[in-house]
Design a protein around this ligand. Structure first.
Ligand SMILES: [Cu+2]
Length: 322
């Protein structure tokens, strides 16, 4: 029941070393990587083969019992093996520092989006418009984007392989990242800091769209409004990461299965029991800690303010259908 991974962003294009780059900085970052990699290979092969050759050439034989004359000093050699590596190191430092600085300083015009990591989903918030999304970050192409990130529980880490950016997301402070998408498409977002059972399913999609599409999306709602409720509910089940904790086939998971749940009684922590109806489901989603199902931990995050009313109905209808 894994969430969908944007496979083509990771596997279909790019090189042996990297998935295809989509950030304004990727060329420079990849260039530095190749510079160090190829430089190291050349040095490694050069040094090893010279050494092997000398071992053979200056070996002790009967004709030549004293293998080499005793060399104590060569100014030329010492200058060479000091100055060449020094130049290489300065280039690597200058290149890395330049990129480090530009990756750390977003342009003032950047569009700010808030990122909240929690077990086990990514939530995004567009502060000016008050729009919230789960598992999907939508941004316009060719605009600098600034992410201000925080965690609601444990340490997470936000990783966008196609953009070569990654940063820890912490519960007690804000961290930042910025990028500028150079092309449109869907890209994979991972959590790369082990954060518990559902870590591997803590995925999200970055959707890079044109400016016009972005404005329409931002002001036009979810766009799913014509879809039949149970089908929309099925989509929301994975999109909102309910699937990381709830199965729909009766198999055990972090939370109770949804199969056959609707319309039945469920026992609560503390002995009481309650009918699973629309009101109880809505309360469980918006205020999960109000009633805890017996035998489960109170780990479900609240979805208050994240799900629109129609989306709530859709999830309820979907549960009924199971
Ligand atoms: Cu995580």
């Amino acid at each position: 029941m894994a969430k969908e991974v944007v496979v083509e962003s990771l596997m279909k294009s790019g090189s042996f070393w990297f998935p295809e780059g989509a950030n304004s900085i990727t060329n420079s970052v990849d260039g530095l990587f190749y510079f160090i990699l190829i430089g190291s290979i050349i040095l490694f092969v050069g040094i090893c083969s010279t050494m092997a050759y000398f071992l053979y050439k200056y070996r002790r034989t009967e004709a030549n019992p004293v293998a080499t004359s005793h060399i104590t000093h060569s100014t030329t050699l010492e200058l060479l093996w000091t100055i060449i590596p020094l130049i290489l190191c300065v280039i690597i430092f200058w290149w890395g520092y330049k990129d480090f600085l530009s990756m750390g300083t977003p342009p003032g015009s950047a569009l700010e989006i808030r990122v909240i990591g929690k077990k086990w989903l990514w939530q995004f918030e567009y502060p000016k418009e008050g729009v919230k999304t789960l598992g999907e970050l939508v941004v316009p192409v060719n605009r600098p984007i600034r992410l201000v990130m925080g965690s609601e529980d444990v340490l997470h880490s936000f990783f966008l392989p196609n953009f070569r950016i990654k940063r820890d997301v912490l519960p007690n402070r804000y961290t930042r990242l910025w990028f500028q998408a150079e092309r449109m498409g869907n890209f994979q977002i991972f959590c790369t800091e082990y954060c518990g059972d559902g870590h591997s399913a803590m995925l999200a999609t970055l959707r890079v769209v044109s400016e016009a599409e972005y404005q329409e999306w931002l002001h036009g709602g979810s766009g799913d409004s014509d879809e039949p409720l149970p089908e929309l509910g099925k989509k929301l089940y994975t999109k909102n990461a309910c699937n990381t904790c709830h199965s729909i086939d009766g198999s055990p998971s972090v939370g109770p299965t949804w199969k056959g749940m609707y319309g039945h009684k469920v026992s609560l922590d503390g002995g009481a029991s309650v009918d699973v109806d629309d009101a109880y489901i809505k309360e469980s989603i918006e205020n999960p800690k109000a009633k805890i199902v017996k035998g489960f931990q109170p780990v479900m995050p609240t979805y208050a303010g994240v799900l629109r009313e129609r989306e709530m109905l859709a999830i309820i209808e979907y549960m009924k259908s199971l």
